[in-house]
Design a protein around this ligand. Sequence first.
Ligand SMILES: NC(=O)c1ccc[n+]([C@@H]2O[C@H](COP(=O)([O-])OP(=O)(O)OC[C@H]3O[C@@H](n4cnc5c(N)ncnc54)[C@H](OP(=O)(O)O)[C@@H]3O)[C@@H](O)[C@H]2O)c1
Length: 259
Amino acid sequence: MCDIAIITGATGGIGKVFVEYALRYELAEIWAIARNGQRLSALREEYGERIVPIPADLSTLEGIETVQALLRERKPLVKYLVNNAGIGKMGAYHEFSQEEIIRTIDVNCKAPVLLCHICIPYMASGSRILNIASAAAFQPNPYLNLYAASKAFERNYSRALHVELEGNGITVTAVCPGWVDTGLLVREINGKPVRFPGMVTAERVVKRAFYDADRGRDMSICSLYGRLQHLNVKWMPQRLTMKLWMRGIHAYGYGQPVK
Ligand SMILES: NC(=O)c1ccc[n+]([C@@H]2O[C@H](COP(=O)([O-])OP(=O)(O)OC[C@H]3O[C@@H](n4cnc5c(N)ncnc54)[C@H](OP(=O)(O)O)[C@@H]3O)[C@@H](O)[C@H]2O)c1
C-alpha cells in the first residue's frame, strides 16, 4: 500500500510550504489539490514525480468526487490530510454577493468536512489530519465576519473530531495562525497600507503545525503573539475583544469611531 499526503490549496502561500515539508517524510506521493492546473504542473516540475497534481474546485461536489474516485482507484494509506485551501475577504455583510457567501462556506467549511469524511476510511493509527483554521476562529470579528465564523466552525469541528477519533489513533490538529505573509492578504485598504500585528512566515506556521500534529496535539499556534492572543480571548468578554478589533480596523474606514 502506498503512503500519501493529501494537501489542498497546495499552490498557495502556506500550501506550497506544506508540500515542501511533506516531501521530507517517507511518503510515496503528495496529492496536491488546487483549481489552477498550470500552477499544479509547475509544482510537479519544481518538486518532482512524487507530486500528483489534482486540479479540482473544492467548492463543488464534483471537486470532492474527483478526490474520492482517486482514493477508490488507488486505495492508498493516507498518512496526512492537510485541509489548507481557504478563502476570505474583509468587508461589511452587504458587500458580499450570495455567490461569494456560498463559496466561502463551501471552501472553508464544507470541503474540509467532506474530505475528512472520505479520507478517514483510508487512514490508520498514526495518520494525521491538519485543518488550517485561523486565529480569527478565537473570537467574532466584525467586517471579517464570514471568514472568522467559518474558521470558528473549522476549529470546533476539528477539535471534536480529534476526540471522536481517539480510539483509532488518528489525530486532528486545528492549526490557528494569526496573520501570515501570503498572497491572501490585502496590503492596502482605502489607500492606507495595512498593518498586520504579529505577522509570521508560512514556514513558521507549517513547521510548528507538523511538530504539533506529529505529537497528536489538537491545536497548533506557532508564535508567542498568537498564544497570548489565545489566552486573552479566554478571559476577556467577547464584547471587549470585538471593541479592540474595531479600534484596529477603524483606521481603514470600517465602522464608526470606537471610544
Ligand atoms: N494568510 C493568512 O494571513 C492566513 C492566516 C490564518 C489562516 N490562513 C489560512 O491558511 C490557508 C491558506 O492560506 P494562504 O494564505 O496560503 O492562501 P493563498 O495564498 O490565497 O492560497 C490559497 C490556495 O487555495 C487554493 N484554492 C482556493 N480556492 C480553491 C477552491 N475552490 N478549490 C481548490 N483550491 C482552492 C488556491 O489555488 P487555486 O486558486 O488554483 O484554486 C491556493 O492554492 C487558508 O485556509 C487560510 O484561511 C491564512
